[in-house]
Design a protein around this ligand. Structure first.
Ligand code: SAH
Ligand code: SF4
Ligand code: F3S
Length: 452
C-alpha cells in the first residue's frame, strides 16, 4: 500500500483540510504515515498568514529534497505536493523556487488530487483555480473506523473564505470570498461524526459567525440558528465555533450563548487592537468600546463566559499611546488565553504599503509586554478554577496508567485518576491543582456532588 505524509501549518481549517486530503487519497489506495521518510507522497499543507509561516515551507522543502534523493537511491519514487494558502498565494512561483515540488494545489481544489497526481507522472502541475463546483460534494467521507481514530472532538467546516478585507490580512486572497455550506450538508456530516462516536463539534470557518447557509426550509440560516439545530443531534454534547469577527455577533448568536448548554462558555473573538485609530486603519469596523459592550452583552446571558483573542502589535503607525490602549482593553476585558503576533507585512495587502512601519525592536518590546499581561491573566484564570467542579470531556488516557485526560469547558487540559470511565464520557471533576498548562483534579461521584 502506498503511504502519504501530510504536514499542516496554520489554522484549524488546515487541520480539517488535511483530513479531507487523506480521505481522498485513501480512495486512491494511500494510507497515512506519521514518518515522512516512509512516504511515497509528501504533502505540505501551508499557511501564508505571516512571513515566518510562509518561509517555513521553503526550509521544509529543503529537507524533503534530501529525503527524495535518498529514496531515489533506493529506487523509490516520492511525489511532493504543496497545498494550502502559500500554494494559493504563490502558485507557479513555488515550482520555480523549489525544483522538488511536483504539484501545487490551492484549498478549493483538493477534490482534484487524484487527477493531479495522475498528471504529475509526466509533468509538474499547478491548480489554484476557484472552481464553480462545490469541493465538498466531491470529497469522500472517511470510514467510521477512521473517524473514530481521530478522536471524540472533531472540526467541521461550515463556512470558508472572508469578505472582510482587514488591511493586514491575506486570507480573503488565499481562501477567496465567503461561502457557507448548506445546513443539510452540515447536519449530515454532524450526524455521521456523532454516529462514529464524536461528542464535541467545533464549527470552523475563516469568519464562521458570518455563516449564512441555505436552510432546509429554503430560508437563510444564521450561525445561531444552526447551533440550535446541531445541539439536537443525538450524541453531540459540546459545541464550539471559531474564528469569529466582532461585527458578526448578531442577536440570535448571543441568545444561543444563553440558551444552549451544549454551546461551551468559551469564545475566541479576535480584537487585534484596543486603539480606535489602529482598528480603523485595520478596517476592523468597530471601536474598542464597541468590543467591550459586545462582551458585556454576551456575559449578560452567559456570566461564566471565558474569552480568548488574537492581537497584532506594531501595525503600521501604532504609537506607544495606541499600544497602551490595547493593554487597557486587555485589562478591562480579561482573556483566558490568546494569540499575539508582531505585525508582518504581507505582499498584496494594503497595510504593507503604509510608509510608517514600526521598527522590529519596538514590535518585539511591545509583544513581550502584551504577552506578559496575557500570560498573567491566563495563569490567574487557571488558578481560579482550583476548588471548582468542572465537566471534563474525556479524550485519551493520561500520562500514567489509571489516569485519564480530557478538556474542561474552557479547553483547559484536565488530568485525574480513574479506571471507571471511558473516552467520550463527560465526567464531573473537582480541580485540586493548576499546573502551568494543565489542571489536575479528582472525580466527583454523583453522591458527592451536593456536598461539594
Ligand atoms: N479570521 C480571523 C483571523 C484569521 S488569521 C479573524 O478575523 O480574526 C489569525 C490571526 O493571525 C489574526 O487574528 C491576526 O491576529 C493574525 N494575523 C493575520 N495577519 C497578520 C499579519 N499580517 N501580521 C501579523 N499577524 C497577522
Ligand atoms: Fe483576515 Fe479575519 Fe480580517 Fe478576514 S476577518 S480579513 S480572515 S483577519
Ligand atoms: Fe494560514 Fe490560510 Fe489558515 S493563511 S491561518 S492556513 S486560512
Amino acid at each position: 500500500m502506498k503511504k502519504v505524509f501530510v504536514k499542516s501549518y496554520g489554522c484549524q481549517m488546515n487541520v480539517y483540510d488535511a483530513e479531507r486530503m487523506a480521505d481522498v487519497l485513501a480512495t486512491e489506495g494511500y494510507s497515512e504515515t506519521a514518518a515522512m521518510e516512509d512516504a511515497d507522497l509528501v504533502i505540505l499543507n501551508t499557511c501564508h498568514i505571516r512571513e515566518k509561516a510562509a518561509e517555513k515551507v521553503y526550509s521544509e522543502l529543503g529537507r524533503v529534497r534530501e529525503l527524495k534523493q535518498e529514496r531515489a537511491h533506493q529506487g523509490q519514487d516520492t511525489k511532493v505536493i504543496v497545498a494550502g494558502c502559500v500554494a494559493q498565494a504563490e502558485g507557479r512561483e513555488i515550482l520555480h523556487r523549489a525544483s522538488v515540488v511536483d504539484v501545487v494545489v490551492g484549498p478549493q481544489s483538493y477534490h482534484h488530487l487524484p487527477e493531479l497526481l495522475r498528471k504529475a507522472q509526466t509533468e509538474r502541475v499547478v491548480d489554484t483555480e476557484f472552481p464553480i463546483e462545490d469541493k465538498f460534494d466531491h470529497l469522500p467521507q472517511p470510514s467510521r473506523q477512521k473517524t473514530l481514530s481521530r478522536g471524540v472532538s472533531a472540526f467541521l467546516t461550515i463556512q470558508e473564505g472572508c469578505d472582510k478585507f482587514c488591511t493586514f490580512c491575506v486570507v480573503p486572497y488565499t481562501r477567496g470570498a465567503e461561502v457557507s455550506r448548506p445546513v443539510a450538508k452540515i447536519l449530515d456530516e454532524a450526524m455521521r461524526l456523532a454516529d462514529a462516536g464524536v461528542r464535541e463539534l467545533t464549527l470552523i470557518g475563516q469568519n464562521v459567525n458570518a455563516y449564512h447557509g441555505e436552510g432546509p426550509d429554503g430560508l437563510v440560516w444564521s450561525l445561531g440558528r444552526l447551533l440550535r439545530r446541531l445541539a439536537e443531534v443525538p450524541g453531540i454534547v459540546r459545541l464550539r465555533y471559531t474564528t469569529s469577527h466582532p461585527r458578526d455577533m448578531d442577536e440570535e448568536l448571543i441568545a444561543a450563548h444563553g440558551d444552549l448548554p451544549a454551546l461551551m462558555p468559551y469564545l475566541h473573538l479576535p480584537v487585534q487592537s484596543g486603539s480606535d485609530r489602529i482598528l480603523d486603519a485595520m478596517n476592523r469596523r468597530h471601536t474598542g468600546d464597541e468590543y467591550r459592550r459586545l462582551i458585556e452583552r454576551i456575559r449578560a446571558v452567559r456570566p461564566n463566559l471565558a474569552l480568548s483573542s488574537d492581537f497584532i502589535v506594531g501595525f503600521p503607525g501604532e504609537t506607544e499611546a495606541d499600544f497602551e490602549d490595547t493593554m487597557r482593553l486587555v485589562a478591562d476585558v480579561g482573556f483566558t488565553s490568546s494569540f499575539s503576533f508582531k505585525y508582518s507585512p504581507r505582499p498584496g495587502t494594503p497595510a504593507a504599503d503604509i510608509a510608517e512601519q514600526v521598527p522590529e525592536a519596538v514590535k518585539a518590546e511591545r509583544l513581550a509586554r502584551l504577552q506578559n499581561l496575557l500570560e498573567t491573566q491566563r495563569q490567574a484564570f487557571n488558578h481560579g478554577t482550583v476548588g471548582q467542579t468542572l465537566d471534563v470531556l474525556l479524550e485519551k488516557p493520561g500520562r500514567h496508567p489509571g489516569q485519564m485526560a480530557g478538556k474542561s469547558p474552557y479547553l483547559q487540559p484536565v488530568h485525574f485518576e480513574s479506571d471507571a470511565h471511558r473516552i467520550g464520557e463527560v465526567v464531573t471533576v473537582r480541580i485540586v491543582r493548576a499546573g502551568s498548562n494543565s489542571l489536575f483534579g479528582e472525580w466527583v461521584k454523583a453522591g458527592d456532588r451536593v456536598a461539594a
